[in-house]
Design a protein around this ligand. Structure first.
Ligand code: SAH
Length: 390
């Protein structure tokens, strides 16, 4: 097996649990490197650290899969690891819909599997993981006997690994417009053409957190995607709900989800750019009891983090201005590049500009089926905040 020796300075970080080895962190490599192969990673003084997969095309040269020397990386390894992921989700109470595998946080780097009841959506984002796709599919078939498996590898990050973008069936074809049940409500999920894997499971617990504040309320939601928060609000007793998203497809799906849950009379969605509309409505003096914001990441790289800060500040300022005194702002941020402290600072800046005082109701993270691993900051990415705006 190819052996990758780390530089002395790098050894502690990787030896202490971090699964990535960057290509400038390697002292020497013994053997001919082929992309996607399993390699052994050793300390600068030749002690075994773990086994992982290598890709010389990627800045992250090796991602570790195991720390056990006796582990063979083969079909059975993937079966066993995916079974472990399933046992963990069951232990913590996520059985119907869940992120079954959350990449690095489950020691299966860059493998994402979302379980929507009997259907599975899979992403293999690196060459080393993509190679094991048949074994992963086999494991899913053995453990779950699924009704369908779909691949959503139509993501640009694959190109950094020299992989093409692709989507399609990994089982016999099936109707990809599936129906799921969340918190007792029903939602259509388009796993073929929806965003990411089709549905944002990471907010499933946060959607429940709005239950009390929306009773009898006039609610405005922005960045609604298929309307999950807004339909929850309507079902939890809101007086009226208006949702906005820039994607006409998402809005169409959201209106269908409202009808599916019998709340089409109080909950409707419109296509709009939230930045423009919220600004205008602020000028018009419109007011709502509850404003909910769930914007996209705004940036994917640390170099352009200022873009994200400006975006979050701007939209939260505009949202806050639309909240009646004593009403609530429900706001999220889904990028790990903006950490909890920075997110709260941004919200505080917006409050200062809006001349409003905030009282924190809840501050939560992603649901626990997307585990946060201590010491791996990028596994904690979602912030979810409810504040009373005084
Ligand atoms: N709240 C949703 C997820 C939102 S994802 C859920 O829980 O399912 C972010 C959404 O913001 C996407 O649907 C995207 O289409 C939308 N979006 C991006 N830019 C926007 C803009 N300027 N105005 C309105 N919506 C926007």
């Amino acid at each position: 097996m190819i052996k990758v020796y780390l530089k002395r300075k790098i050894t502690p970080r990787v030896a202490n649990g971090h699964p990535w080895v960057f290509n400038n962190e390697v002292e020497k490599i013994e053997g001919e490197v082929l992309g996607g192969e399993t390699v052994e990673v050793l300390t600068h003084d030749k002690k075994f650290i773990g086994k992982g997969y290598i890709n010389p095309k990627s800045q992250i040269l090796v991602r570790l899969l195991t720390r056990k020397k006796s582990d063979e990386i083969n079909e059975h390894f993937f079966y066993r690891e995916i079974l472990k992921c399933w046992e963990y989700r069951q232990q913590i109470g996520y059985t119907e819909n869940c992120r079954l595998v959350f990449g690095e946080a489950d020691s299966l780097p860059q493998l994402i599997i979302d379980k929507f009841n009997d259907y599975f959506v899979l992403q293999t984002l690196t060459l080393g993981m993509d190679k094991w796709k048949p074994a992963i599919v086999e494991a899913l078939n053995t453990i779950f006997s699924p009704k369908g498996i779909y691949e959503r590898n139509d993501v640009p990050v694959r190109e950094l690994e020299g992989l093409p973008q692709h989507k399609g069936f990994l089982s016999a074809p099936f109707d990809t417009n599936i129906l799921i049940n969340e918190n007792g409500f029903q939602f259509r999920v388009d796993i073929e053409n929806g965003q990411k894997t089709g549905y944002f499971l990471d907010q499933q617990d946060n959607r429940k957190a709005i239950q009390h504040i929306v009773k009898g309320a006039e609610v405005l939601g922005a960045f609604t995607y298929t309307g999950t928060f807004e339909v929850h609000a309507a079902k939890y007793g809101a007086k009226s709900v208006l949702g906005l998203d820039i994607s006409a497809n998402a809005v169409e799906q959201a209106n269908k989800n409202a009808a599916l849950n019998n709340v089409q009379d109080i909950c409707r969605f419109e296509t709009a750019n939230a930045f423009d509309v919220l600004k205008q409505w602020g000028k018009d003096g419109r007011q709502y009891d509850v404003v909910m914001l769930d914007p996209p990441a705004f940036t994917k790289s640390r170099e352009t983090i200022q873009k994200a800060i400006t975006g979050y500040k701007e939209i939260n300022l505009r949202g806050m201005k639309l909240v009646k005194p004593g009403g609530f702002l429900v706001t999220s941020s889904c990028t790990n590049l903006v950490n909890e402290d920075l997110f709260l600072q941004i919200i505080d800046m917006a409050a200062k500009d809006a001349r409003r005082k905030l009282r924190q109701v809840v501050f939560q993270k992603q649901s626990a089926d997307h585990p946060i691993v201590r010491g791996m900051d990028n596994t904690h990415y979602l912030k979810f905040l409810i504040v009373q705006v005084q």
